[in-house]
Design a protein around this ligand. Structure first.
Ligand code: PLP
Length: 410
């Protein structure tokens, strides 16, 4: 695996067929089986290769700016009571979020496999930007498939991808959003799996992607564990992160799975518990198959993926990573929710009290930590949360809909 300190429990999962308990596996059309087997075999080799691991370490240090710091949010903590809140600052990772951790890993794997082009779909554009960055770094071509509707909505990210040298290819059928972009990207992959490699954006998709992306994100948990031990002399009481597909949460949790700490995944409850109003997959979903793997899935009455909503576009996915589903069933991780409204409050409170504007996705984890602190103001506990990204991308939206946030003072 990528880190020598990988705990044993991670080595044990998934099984050879890519299952974490009941979840995961490979549910793809026959044409994709051979290309996926090729990725699996290549990853098996490079994940044990000294050269690969050393090169990834160099990239993380000199290009991405790792390690990112862990930061004691002392002013915010003090206002809420005796809970001490610590932030793992993935917003300071190059390009402003944790996604580059797995995109650089996928890019390096592509180069080892002799691929010429990285391809993927993107919704709001964050995965597309991270992958376009990796492609530019490695001198690879990059095609990003994006729904025509999303292209119109996310102009700055489209420009970023194009400046980085990626081709942004519109998906023009159906609703012209993320689902159609996935269809187009997979279609393109099937057409040329020799020169191209499909790079997934979270711990989702068919085996080996959930395992591979977790391994690439594990660095977040390894760093944070060492940093908080050094800062406080102890492990935190609670470790928490937002869960969309689940990559930033899985990376952080992986560092603490064998420790006596509570792990909390925060799902987006959006506007409430009615279908279509939220994206709280593990809270309201039932087992189903999406994008080549089995997981908890938000479904309509016909078993089709349900429409989803979250104020944070990086969290609105009707499925979730298979390892999270297994960790929920085993009881090792507790999954709770935060609403749009709670995330909006946390967005302004963190900005005003710490000088850190969080991504709306990350603001869900901040909201949960604030709730825990308020519920137990007299209990001295330590909470470590993953500040998965910075909020620059959300500022225009927030100003337009909520103003400068003066009403959110604490
Ligand atoms: C994409 C994104 C997420 C959600 O993805 P996960 O795979 O669940 O981590 C969270 N935070 C930020 C900043 C993102 O860009």
């Amino acid at each position: 695996m990528i880190a020598s300190t990988t705990p044993r429990s991670i080595h044990q999962s998934p099984d050879a067929a890519g299952y974490f308990g009941n979840y995961g596996g490979v549910f793809v059309p026959p044409e994709l089986e051979a290309p996926l087997a090729e990725v699996r075999q290549a990853y098996e080799i490079v994940s044990r290769s000294h050269d690969f691991i050393e090169e990834l370490r160099r990239i993380r240090k000199h290009f991405q700016g790792r390690p990112t710091p862990t930061y004691h949010a002392a002013r915010l903590s003090k206002k809420l009571g005796k809970t001490q809140i610590y932030l793992k600052r993935e917003d300071l990772n190059h390009t402003g979020a944790h996604k580059l951790n797995h995109c650089m890993g996928e890019g390096l794997l592509a180069r080892y496999m002799g691929k010429k082009k990285l391809i993927a779909e993107t919704g709001a554009g964050m995965h597309g930007v991270a992958l376009a960055t990796a492609a530019a770094y490695f001198g690879l071509e990059c095609d990003i498939y994006m729904g025509e509707v999303d292209i119109a909505k996310q102009a700055p990210n489209v420009s970023r991808m194009q400046i980085l040298g990626a081709r942004v290819i519109p998906a023009t059928h159906g609703l012209k959003t993320l689902k159609e972009a996935v269809d187009s990207a997979l279609c393109a992959y099937v057409a040329d799996p020799v020169n191209q490699i499909y790079c997934i954006g979270s711990v989702v998709g068919p085996h080996p992607f959930p395992m591979m992306v977790r391994d690439f994100q594990h660095i977040v948990g390894i760093e944070a564990r060492g940093q908080i031990l050094e800062m406080t002399g102890n492990l935190p009481d609670i470790v928490t992160a937002c869960v969309g597909g689940g990559s930033n949460a899985m990376g952080l949790f992986a560092g603490f799975l064998d420790d006596p700490v509570e792990l909390h995944g925060v799902e987006p409850l959006g506007k409430g518990g009615n279908i279509g109003d939220h994206s709280a997959t593990m809270t309201y979903g039932r087992e189903g198959i999406i994008h080549g793997f089995r997981c908890y899935l938000l479904q309509d009455e016909n078993g089709e993926p349900a429409p989803v909503h979250s104020i944070a576009s990086g969290l609105d996915y009707p499925g979730v990573g298979p390892e999270h589903c297994h960790l929920k069933d085993s009881g090792r991780v507790k999954y709770i929710t935060a609403t749009d409204k709670e995330a909006v409050e946390a967005f302004y409170v963190l900005s005003r009290n710490e000088g850190i504007i969080p991504a709306l996705e990350s603001a869900h984890a901040v909201a949960h930590a604030m709730r825990l602190a308020r519920e137990n103001p007299d209990t001295p506990r330590t909470i470590l949360l993953n500040l998965s990204g910075r909020g620059d991308k959300d500022m225009d939206y927030m100003i337009e809909h909520y103003g400068t946030g003066d009403s959110f003072g604490i």
